[in-house]
Design a protein around this ligand. Sequence first.
Ligand code: HEM
Length: 399
Amino acid sequence: MRKKSSGPFATAEYRANPYVSYEKLRRDMPVYKTSLPNGTEVYVVSRYEDVIAGLKDTRLVKDIRNARGKSFWELLGIGGVRGKNMLRADPPEHGRLRSLANEAFKPKYVRELRGRIQQIADELIDKVQAKGKMEFISEFAFPMPVRVISEMLGVAEKDQDKVRKWSGDLINSGALSSEHTVITPHLAQLVQYIRKVVDDHRKNPRPDVVTQLIEAEDKGDRLSDAEVVSTLVLLLVAGHETTANLIGNGLLALLLNPEQLEKLKQDPALIKPTIEELLRFVNPVQMVNRYAAEKLRIAGQEIPSGSHLLLVLGAANHDPFCTSNPEQLNLVRDDAKHVAFGQGIHYCLGAPLARLEGEIAFETLLNRLPNLQLAVPPETLQWRPAVELRGLTELPVIF
Ligand code: HEM
């Protein structure tokens, strides 16, 4: 059995505030070999310049087969268990898998969603306004992006709660940074559900992303059935788990920095820089995976071929090389080039949508609930167990 070490990510201190651990890593161990809570051995890369170089380095790949010759499943002699999506692929496959989904998420199409997203945000506030309080994560931060991406992908309203639950269980299981996707019951249920959505779209095509992907498959063998399903699961999960963290963690950051919140109230035109600063400051996605396709050196340390690496976006965004006084929330920065959406060929496909949702969420909160306050002491707040995506379990607020 593989020996498990507690590593920096399993500690209560890390969970409460990862940025203290990151500061130590950047200073003393810019490339740190450790184990994740799930037992995976990794090299953790934390400095801004190394993370950026890593994101662009073609020797660091996404598909484990390109680094180790075989996938986890093939090593067990059971290859082909699941279809691949862009987030687990390298060129040239990556381009083929990404290009088909890319169109629907371009800024010009995403802008057209503004009216509907605003309506969703308003409906969620309508439900709670008279109560004077809400549990912000379950009553706003999650339902808003879940509804948006579900509507884009043809998930019926009655099914959205269970889809959110399966997806949440998947994230909490630590599957993202694992070397292999374990077919957990929640993933199996999600895949089964998406299969039904695809079958239904085959019978009744509609002008949406699902039909677009299916037609691309039917035309020229460009996406297999398993790839269509896998791509839709990725879009569904990545499309809400991340944005919910931006909205939830972002609101907490603003409430804990009332002078910054006041600046935004005084000047609503600051909404765009606010979203960029919140992305940098709260890092909805803390880290991303790569595998070394050959032996290489980072910050003077040798990394053997086949190694698993974590490029820590959260640590890079809080590096003084990213911006001055990085531990301060400052909505009027103009020197920060954050990597919250990654960089290079895997740069977040949903960035325009996430930015738009973030803008609408905070504009709506400020307009409709201007007296929003934390309802509990901040030190009692709990974080979800997943290491890669940082998000609160609950955020009780009053208004
Ligand atoms: C605040 C919200 C979000 C954050 C912080 C975020 C962050 C990221 C990051 C860091 C990556 C790069 C992963 C890597 O290099 O390994 C990524 C990729 C991706 N994101 Fe997002 N994301 C967000 C919202 C969304 C949304 C709304 C969608 C909607 C569909 C989405 C879909 C994707 C997809 C499909 C990829 C894979 C791109 C590729 O591999 O080519 N994301 N995201």
